[in-house]
Write a protein that binds this ligand. Sequence first.
Ligand code: XMP
Length: 517
Amino acid sequence: RILILDFGSQYTQLIARRIREIGVYCEVEPWDIDPAAVEAFGAKGIVLSGGPETVTGDDAPVAPEVVFNLGVPVLGICYGMQTMAQQLGGLVINADEHEYGYAQVRAHGHTKLLKDIEDMVTPEGYGMLDVWMSHGDRVDQLPEGFKLMASTPSCPIAGMANEEKNFYGIQFHPEVTHTKQGYRMIERFVVNLCGCEKLWTTENIIDDSIKRVRDMVGTDQVMLGLSGGVDSSVVAALLHKAIGDQLTCVFVDHGLLRYQEGDQVMAMFAQNMGIKVIRADVEERFMSALAGEVDPEKKRKIIGREFIEVFDAESAKLKGVKWLAQGTIYPDVIESAGSKTGKAKVIKSHHNVGGLPEDMEMSLIEPLRELFKDEVRKLGVALGLPYNMVYRHPFPGPGLGVRILGEVKKEYADILRLADHIFIQELIKWELYDKTSQAFAVFLPVKSVGVVGDARRYDYVVALRAVETIDFMTARWAHLPYEFLEHVSGRIINEIPRISRVTYDISSKPPATIEWE
Ligand code: XMP
């Protein structure tokens, strides 16, 4: 396995995902990890990530010395290369010329890392690579024992190698797809230079997880909060395969789910798969709790609080349950860990509904804790969950509660569900669903005038929202075809009597958010 030390780059998780895609297990730890833990990890190779700091600054992050003494290959990327250079006796300077974006790098000296990996060969026989570069500083003098591996006109040392020790530094980012040969470089490093075998496959992950779950829980009973979302669904399928009837799921239907979603969850898990699912039908309770509240954050808090209370009450009815399963995935773990000094990482606050019930003597089991979303999805499909469920757009914990602007009412939720259903149905039909990252309808509690036949009507408005995004931190509104929007709008206004007008949201994030509340 490979250890990645994180210096705070926005691409660190991508490095981990690439290595996993290659079939090799890896973990991300903050750069200021305890040196003893680096040793104990038993890595066959170490990657030092990029980062936003400058190595020339005071108390700049550095790699633990032990990294260079373990006798395993080390790959420094961007900041990782610079700190490697500086720590091993080279010189890093603030460059006059900053370089961001596409660059062409010339390879030198047929190093073990880059040999025969190239996008083009110059007439003189040099390999040229199209790469994604982003740096302010650059290495100016190589550390002892290193030779030049790559260069660009504005960055004469864009790559360095100490082949005897298998230490490599590259100024560009092999983990982003703009670096066309990046995958091959990472593969060369982890497989050929570190000697890792490609054992991290979906089948192995499932077998291994099942074994671990069985060893952990023995004959104990396990409980799981099932939301119908990807993560908890995959946990349900996995645990059911591992321990069968020892698993009971609690599904809180708060009345803010999508069209027929509650019934679908029950049909899928209880009827099809034979999993024990307790459904708490608590729509009325949620509607009364939300009555009169218009503030988005307060609405979120109410939904969160009620959710936990219902979940607690339902789980208290189950006797002798020793384990609580959760669908925590690896990005959640990395995000909430961060660096000890808090320097290398901005910790994203989670806005998921739910939490650990208090006063319950249960241990936590999180079978997806080491997996990225794409791995979780592959697992779901391999475990027999339908593709369209596993690849469904994300849905926020507070559900339609934040898609009904202002006060939430059952009447509004029912109207919104129908409009949202038509929009999604048509996106799928027009093969646009997989091209958007998230799409939904929003209910606006204002009335607008319309005309049907000879009659004037005065009814509600819905907005359609569709975005394209990689990470949901920034997003572009989806440029859906006009004919498509026209068709959807026509269906919504004609089929839902209480809606008189449909609008399309053309705001990107930032400055708008994806949800309207
Ligand atoms: P925003 O609206 O912040 O949304 O651009 C980014 C992503 O997060 C989802 N989201 C939530 N998810 N609880 C959740 O579990 C929430 O309160 C919440 N608010 C937003 C949103 O759907 C989008 O995918």
